[in-house]
Design a protein around this ligand. Structure first.
Ligand code: TYM
Length: 334
């Protein structure tokens, strides 16, 4: 049976990139009737040091963002990773299947670890094995993510295949990545060659889901662009990454194709386009921010939702972990 799993790190406030590349799609998949499991991966966030109070706050805020965006914690399972111990346990078992050489090739590790490989946490290095455990603990068949997670999902497939081969079983599914739509890679507002990221030191580079209307408008007005008018189709934006990014953001927000957007703005400059984009972004983001604030007013209720989600997640993951233990030869007695 098909089953969707995806996760977001609560290592900072969520951005418009997370919304368009992930959250918005989580909502439409939930509405497709397939079983959907969404996880705030707090253990992954710990791979770089987090202030404990901030981590708690950001985890609740991320949960509020999911619900504000339209993830229904009754129809979907919404929980934080650390409450379901199967993730950490399966991660160990998969770490013993994955190869060091595979981890060495992960570009995200190279980017985040930088040159100072000696000093990053062991957890950051093993990060993809935990991510594989997240997915495989549910026998998830499809994983909706942005483009930056592609390599991690390929590794998950490699780990599943090697496990099945090493133990001569047909146990873990080979998961399909779902990387679809125009917003799989929303770029920074300051630099069209970098992705929009919650960890970028420049706040002007991103729109946060907690930004108010003024902040959103200002950031879009100040977004880097060129001085050319807009062409009638995306073919004309090949060498204009900043312009392309803004048009893609517009299209994702209005749920149109970029070419449909350009048909309306052909020949217009950014003096016309940016205010229209700002209005559109505010009309989509502000209601979400408002609902997030409502949810954040009752943190105990958020914790209750996460606890309930964790119970339901555990009921799926526990038997799969138990079977994994049996397959590899670990004794279980109850
Ligand atoms: P994270 O927390 O960096 O991002 C969460 C999701 O948002 C997407 N995303 C973007 N999409 C488009 N444009 C952007 N600028 C942008 N920035 C982020 C990401 O692709 C992702 O889908 N390793 C994962 C978390 C994770 C996970 C998992 C995901 C842990 N376990 C299991 C799927 C399945 C991460 O760091 O995502």
């Amino acid at each position: 049976t098909p089953r969707i799993f995806s996760g977001i790190q609560p290592s900072g406030g969520l951005t418009l990139g997370n919304y368009l590349g992930a959250l918005q799609r989580f909502v439409s998949l939930q509405d497709s009737g397939i079983e959907t499991i969404y996880c705030l991966v707090d253990l992954h966030a710990l791979t770089t040091w987090q202030d404990p109070d901030k981590l708690r706050l950001q985890t609740r805020e991320a949960a509020a963002a999911f619900m504000a965006a339209g993830v229904d914690p009754v129809r979907s399972i919404l929980f934080n990773q650390s409450q379901v111990s199967a993730h950490a346990e399966l991660s160990w078992l998969l770490s013993c299947v994955a190869r060091v050489g595979w981890m060495d090739r992960m570009t995200q590790f190279k980017d985040k670890g930088g040159k100072d490989r000696e000093r990053v946490s062991l957890g950051l290095y093993a990060y993809p094995a935990l991510m594989a455990a997240d997915i495989l603990a549910y026998h998830a068949t499809a994983v909706p993510v942005g483009d930056d997670q592609k390599q991690h999902l390929e590794l998950t497939r490699d780990i599943a295949a090697k496990f099945n081969h090493d133990y001569d079983v047909d146990f873990f599914p080979i998961t399909e990545p779902l990387i679809e739509g125009v917003a799989t890679r929303v770029m920074s507002l300051r630099d069209g060659s970098k992705k929009m990221s919650k960890s970028d030191p420049s706040d002007a580079s991103r729109i946060n889901l907690t930004d108010d209307a003024d902040a959103i408008s200002k950031k879009i007005r100040k977004a880097r662009t060129d001085a050319e008018p807009l062409p009638g189709s995306m073919d004309g934006l090949k060498d204009r990454p900043e312009a392309r990014n803004l048009v893609n953001i517009y299209a994702a927000l209005s749920e149109e194709t970029p070419d449909q957007v350009l048909t309306r703005f052909e020949g217009k400059g950014f003096g016309d386009f940016k205010p229209a984009l700002a209005d559109l972004a505010v009309s989509v983001v502000s209601p979400i921010t408002g609902r997030m604030n409502d949810f954040m007013a009752d943190p105990a209720e958020i914790d209750r939702v996460l606890g309930d989600g964790a119970d339901r997640a555990d009921a799926i993951a526990r038997p799969i972990l138990d079977q994994t233990k049996d397959i590899v030869g670990l004794i279980r007695s109850r």
